[in-house]
Design a protein around this ligand. Structure first.
Ligand code: NDP
Length: 281
């Protein structure tokens, strides 16, 4: 079997067009503020891409760039101003933050109804208890990809490798919400290969290049590779050894061009959702 490629660029472009069309029909522009602290070059690229994508769908979007030496209290004061600003629907504080600022404190300070990253403990708790709320963008994007691939989820054995708060845990909750039978693997899992071989849906979110070997993938599985790893030779690879996995899976995401493009599209979707909910639309 050679797997069908799940084209994240195409699915993301479709979602962005749909959001732009919905925004064009509104009598207001959803407002997004992206906060960047310091000069981390990778963060600079992410923030510019988010701002540009938000402008393209018609949002009122702006980046607020604070110096690397900003104190936590100053950042919290800015977040409080954005929380109170009626023109702002979504607030995103780009991580990582400089060492003098605690990310968990800042994340908890964002108003939950404007938390378009879905990282606030209230939104995490809502997701864990099956209530509606803002959901982290990357796992939300994975659910779009699974639907686009036509994966049959109810009752499916799903394995999530990784248990971080931004990918693995919310991913597992979303799959559970879609009636999968979910297993979560992590660095202390005893026999990861055996867990992978049982999975009909395999989501890898580890951050280790090609760790999930091709022959760990079950024949006919749907494989979603969240990992983005840069090798010393400059190539980008995922957490799954693609060349072997593509021979066994039924459908698989490439890296790049799979999950990556979905994260920004889902940030836009969350901002639109936040704007509509705040206005009772
Ligand atoms: P974290 O480092 O926060 O979490 C990694 C997880 O993998 C941990 O739960 C860890 O387990 C687990 N893990 C580490 N080593 C092993 C192992 N040998 N076997 C099994 N599990 C292991 O990473 P993130 O969740 O933030 O990101 C994961 C990957 O996804 C990265 O490559 C990142 O770049 C990518 N990513 C991609 C995004 C996109 O837009 N496509 C967005 C966000 C992330 P333990 O908890 O036990 O330590």
């Amino acid at each position: 079997m050679t797997a069908t490629l799940i084209d994240g660029k195409a699915v993301a472009a479709g979602l962005r067009r749909e959001i732009a069309a919905r925004v064009a029909g509104l009598s207001f522009r959803p407002g997004l503020r992206v906060v960047r602290v310091g000069d981390d070059p990778a963060s600079g690229v992410y923030v510019r891409n988010k701002d540009k994508a938000a402008q393209e769908v018609g949002f009122d979007s702006a980046t607020i760039h604070l110096p690397a030496g900003t104190e936590q209290a100053e950042l919290l004061a800015l977040v409080a101003r954005l929380n109170a600003d009626p023109a702002v629907d979504g607030i995103l504080v780009q991580l990582p933050l400089p060492p003098q600022i605690r990310a968990d404190v800042v994340i908890s300070a964002v108003a939950p109804e404007k938390d378009v990253d879905g990282f606030h403990p209230l939104n995490a708790g809502r997701l864990a208890s099956g209530q509606p709320g803002l959901v982290p963008c990357t796992p939300k994007g994975v659910m779009h990809l699974l639907r686009a691939a036509g994966a049959s989820l109810p009752g499916a054995r799903a394995l999530v490798v990784g248990r971080s708060g931004i990918v693995g845990r919310p991913m597992a909750q979303l799959l559970l919400g879609a009636d999968c039978t979910v297993t979560i693997a992590h660095s202390r899992t005893r026999d990861l290969a055996a867990e992978c071989r049982r999975a009909e849906i395999l989501v890898a979110a580890v951050g280790r290049p090609e760790m999930v070997q091709g022959d760990w993938v079950a024949e006919g599985a749907t494989v979603i590779d969240v990992g983005i790893n840069r090798l010393p030779d400059g190539r980008l690879v995922g957490d799954v050894a693609f060349a072997g996995a593509v021979e066994r899976a039924e459908a698989i995401t490439p890296v790049p061009g799979g999950v990556g493009p979905m994260t920004i599209a889902c940030l836009l979707e969350n901002t639109l959702e936040a704007a509509l909910i705040r206005r009772n639309i």
